[in-house]
Write a protein that binds this ligand. Sequence first.
Ligand code: 9MR
Length: 409
Amino acid sequence: MNLSASFAVLVALIPYALAQSPEWGQCGGTGYTGATTCVSGTVTGEPNADGHLKATSAPSAPSPTVSTGAPAPSVSGLHTLAKAAGKLYFGSATDNPELTDTAYVAKLSDNAEFGQITPGNSMKWDATEPTRGTFTFTGGDVVASLAEKNGQLLRGHNCVWYNQLPSWVANGHFTAADLTDVITTHCGTLVGHYKGQIFLGCDQRSVVVNRIARATFLIPSYSEPFNDDGTWRSDVFFNTLGQSYVSIALKAARAADPNAKLYINDYNIEQTGAKSTAMLNLVKQLQADGVPIDGVGFQSHFIVGEVPGSFQTVLEQFTALGLEVAITELDIRMTLPATDALLAQQQKDYQSVVQACMNVQGCVGVTIWDWTDKYSWVPSTFSGQGAALPWDETFNKKPAYSGITAALA
Ligand code: 9MR
């Protein structure tokens, strides 16, 4: 099912959406059959190719008098604060198995808290092309449709990464020409599947409305493309194609969806040093070679008490190249049990990390790597560690939440 089809089904299932489109909701466009007026206080307009509304916008519809049946929005929330401060979004990762947890989904769907979501696993290579040429977008479509329903931006994740590869790729023993074809087909098909629909949207601040077209595809992440000393990581892509695999992937993604923002993402590049310098040099080289690259994502999997002091400086080094930057996978873990002192330090750490993004105009938004400790990846990866997110396992806000709001306010 393609996205426009899935969106049409969704609207049919949600009668309240037909009355008036909520803030950030769709209200027109190719194949669209839902509400065509916006709630009071928002404007309607068509996005430019960059996803921003054109300067002129039509007046809003009168105040709604119908009961929508939708949950009452929070009076404040992380995304609301981030937008008021000029950012594009505050968002969260999610994963398909968690979407059976209705209390979890209700909070994830509160677009006062989260204006953007990233699928943690279901758009990865092993999920989307398990055998060569056979694409399965079922899981990714569920997350994309949820974002659409909630009026949230979607960040795609990911296109080329050494991890979670099916063995036909990792152990394929391809020639350079074959692997080029494999990457081009995979990235092109993935990004093409989620290609944005041009539509009219409701947005209070006339900023970005083209949610799906803003999908961003992450190229190498985790310890790719670089080792911590700044050398290139040895993997099937680099070993077969050298660093050209990055430009092969980016060009395929751009050809598939000229409006999608293309990011390279990595971890341990948040402080000045060999790895962030290697990333800077890579993006400079890509720009010099005319390879499409829009932004750099800083994963930001940090440890309480050890967040880097030079993060803002590094972000500025990248925006100085004309790129946008984003914090894409933020969490700040601790050694368990969580004590008051650790939680207080975590609050400070969240504040300083989000503040670094706030201080840099080209930092478009912050994504936490899921919002509740219940579904964090940390405990299963780092034995004895956890409590890395702003909400605890029973969905109560931790002091970290106040740290984030202090930075966003
Ligand atoms: O959150 C993801 C977790 O569920 C997976 O088991 C793990 C496997 O590689 O990947 C996690 O997400 C990673 C992301 O895709 C890339 N950056 C690091 C993230 C945490 O490992």
